[in-house]
Design a protein. Structure first.
Length: 117
């Protein structure tokens, strides 16, 4: 199993970024995907999850990002996405995607998101 995140960077408050998580080594369409983040000196926290369906009814969000972030997936491309709008300085963190396959949990290497003017 391999997860590779991309799309992070430096953005001003109020800006947007789209993160991607390219997956391989498992049948992507059969598994929930999640995004987490970890800010300096803080524990890793859950951000959003999406079920095997690509419909919006299969998504869940942390209260801190609800209404600003959107998680989607493209099963044909084996890729999950996190669209982040109205970014705030407190969204600054390393963002990770995660999948659990046969009771084992896998993480990507993370992508840095910095929100600053």
């Amino acid at each position: 199993v391999q997860l590779v995140e991309s799309g992070g960077g430096l953005v001003q408050p109020g800006g947007s970024l789209r993160l991607s998580c390219a997956a391989s080594g498992f049948i992507f369409s059969n598994y929930y995907m999640s995004w987490y983040r970890q800010a300096p000196g803080q524990e890793r926290e859950w951000v959003a999850s999406i079920s095997i369906s690509s419909s919006s009814s299969g998504t869940n969000y942390a209260d801190s990002v609800k209404g600003r972030f959107s998680i989607t997936r493209d099963n044909a491309k084996n890729t999950a996405y996190l669209q982040m709008n109205s970014l705030k300085p407190e969204d600054t963190a390393v963002y990770y995607c995660r999948v659990s396959v046969r009771s084992l949990t896998y993480w990507g290497q993370g992508t840095q998101v910095t929100v600053s003017s």
